[in-house]
Ligand binder design. Sequence first.
Ligand code: ASP
Ligand code: MG
Length: 471
Amino acid sequence: MTLVMKFGGTSVGSANAMRETAQLIQKTKQAWNQIIVVASGMGSKPIKITDLLLQGAYSAFDGDDNTYKEIADQMRRIHFETIDGLLEPEGERQKILAENQRFISHYEALCQAVCVLGELTPRALDAISGMGEQMSVPILAAYLRQEGIPAQAVDATNLIVTDNNFQSANPDFGLTTIKVQAALRPLLENNIIPIVTGFVGATPNGITTTLGRGGSDFSASILGQSIKANEVWIWTDVDGVMSADPRIVDNAVSIPVLSYREVSELAYYGAKVLHPKTMRPCIENNIPLRIKNTFNPTHPGTVIVDHKSNGNGGIKAVTGIKNLSMITVEGTGMIGIPGIAARTFSAVARTKVSVLLISQASSEQSICFAVPESQNETVVNSLRTEFAEEIKRRDIDSVWALHDVSIVTVVGAGMRGTPGVSGRIFSSMGEHHVNVIAIAQGSSECSISIVIDGDDTAAAISHIHNIILEL
Ligand code: ASP
Ligand code: MG
């Protein structure tokens, strides 16, 4: 039985965190014969090494020749303190210190080059931002060895082969599988735990790439597919995916089973669950993907499966996104004229702003959609330019934005088969004086979204959550 497990930045964020992670690895190893560990760069809130690396690079690009040096010092402090706290002086401490030091010096050299050249390419950004993982992983592996658990650090630039779409590279599963099998199989067979850098990969020519921010989750599922793992586990700090944000409702519960679709809807509507590309390799290869809590390791967490194995469904979670604007294009001259919607969304697409929800009145007199508040002006201007003629002719009366609205979304495949669910949601909103501005149902019929005044967000979420608990 093979298990791939991913630990995020907080799980390797300090000497103590690494100690606990190592214990968890050891325990899991006893239950599972073969395990592969993927780890992120160090990141104990609020400081994430990946953010620091990038911050230094951008400041160098702005001509600042100092900030990246301070950041290098800060990274030295963080990593060296962890190494000193974990590794015995007579063991591998010096070796790992030197290895980390080499990365930090290389970081400074790269940032200096960026500063001198005034150029920061996506390729350079990947070389720089991937270093967090390349520094944390050798520390964890050395500590495991010191504790008598055979482990080996593996740099994923030697495993995960990607295209050259820097900052969001796509894996080549064929080439990756060959490398993964060749490099990791022998380790597993010799009872050695591979500790692999998350987030990074490399082109076939060996140029470092990254899989996008938060991409260590994706690294785990790529390895899961390539090694034909029985399960992939993502360790985090909550008991899996929750029925609502525990900071908003105090009786949120962990959801035992979610389908791929449900998770996608949740992620789209603001729940930070997983890196969005993580699920596909698991779903396509029938590998259960589990989200588990490092602080409560015996809790089963949430398992994500394809929709066919999703049991009876039900409505499962409610989530919200705040700080949106609802933009409306309206006019009596729009009725029956084809192409208005297409032109509306082309004009939005040109601004590169993504639309979170769309709703059209059946009279065709208006189209409205939600975008992030910060971008509403750009979008409104683009629409006014697109429809300048129609506005002049009064076919379109106005293009306007309603500010400070939120989208609250209820997710659950069970809505399809359960009549009356939306009725209950709307009655509850009515009873509690939450005014519903617009409604949209996901075409997969596994979500309903309502647009409400931003001030009503917490109330709407907690009343809907009560319905979830009652059902
Ligand atoms: N360290 C990377 C990031 O901060 C990848 C990850 O943590 O998943 O985006
Ligand atoms: Mg993450």
